[in-house]
Design a protein. Structure first.
Length: 162
């Protein structure tokens, strides 16, 4: 599924081309991925959140790496993603991941039609934050619901919807 050697080789090439980390986001991730997780560590995380991760992401974590180089500012490590989602929910992530993701098509109501709780976590339940785009926008992996396994862009901070 993932060619870990190719991914790490390509990141090493990019690192050589950008040793000063001037490419957007490189100052944070330095063109490197975090250490791989064991199957036991991934399973423990799944038990903690009450949902199985999509197989492709699970394999990425165990064969390629956990956090680091990725879109925008890079991928969050699993535990960091969990902490950020706990902040997002304001009450902790109990039921956050087990509640299905509420969308199946792009969603972004016009400013005048946005509900008062537009910034609340209930609009992104069932998803795990993957990476920060910047300015409060995030890439999220849907874990639960009809579109489980898809990556969505959460840009509610700039009225960009989920």
């Amino acid at each position: 599924m993932w060619n870990a050697d190719l991914i790490h080789r390509r990141l090493a090439e990019i690192q050589q081309q950008d040793p000063e980390h001037k490419i957007f986001g490189a100052g944070r991730h330095h063109h490197r991925l975090g250490p791989r997780l064991s199957t036991r560590e991934v399973t423990a995380f799944e038990r903690k959140i009450g949902v199985e991760l999509p197989e492709s992401f699970r394999t990425f974590l165990t064969e390629v790496g956990n956090g680091g180089a990725g879109p925008s500012y890079g991928l969050y490590e699993l535990e960091e993603a969990f902490r950020l989602d706990a902040i997002e929910t304001h009450e902790g992530p109990l039921h956050f991941y087990t509640t299905p993701f509420p969308h199946t098509v792009n969603w972004n109501p016009p400013l005048e039609a946005q509900p008062e709780d537009y910034e609340e976590g209930r609009w992104i339940t069932g998803s795990l934050v993957l990476a920060e785009f910047g300015c409060g926008a995030f890439h999220r992996l849907v874990l639960n619901g009809k579109v489980a396994g898809e990556v969505w862009f959460d840009d509610r901070c700039a009225d960009g919807g989920a």
